[in-house]
Design a protein around this ligand. Sequence first.
Ligand SMILES: [Zn+2]
Length: 115
Amino acid sequence: MTRRQEEALRRQEERYEEAKAEIEDLGFVLQGSIAKRWMECGNRTCRCHEDPEARHGPYYQWTWKAAGKTRSVYLSKEQVILCRKWIQNNRQLNKIVSRLRRISLRAARSYEIRE
Ligand SMILES: [Zn+2]
């Protein structure tokens, strides 16, 4: 390894450690997304069945995939706040992991490994 490659590798190691530290500070992570829904009720005489503007809601639905199947549940207002944060954390985690991979590819070049 040349001196230049060693320096480059050291820089990648520093960036890698920084990214790992960001993961350490991350809270819980949830997959999926939250959708806002307006619903028709069970009362057949209610206006919501005629007028889309009179539908009930919003209701918040968290949807995610587990073992290839799409699953979803309705959330309370308190749960929405929590889930939003955790979903945001998950997106942040994915970004950091992508960064770790990019840095690793650069580190590989210091060893003459090229993708
Ligand atoms: Zn209704």
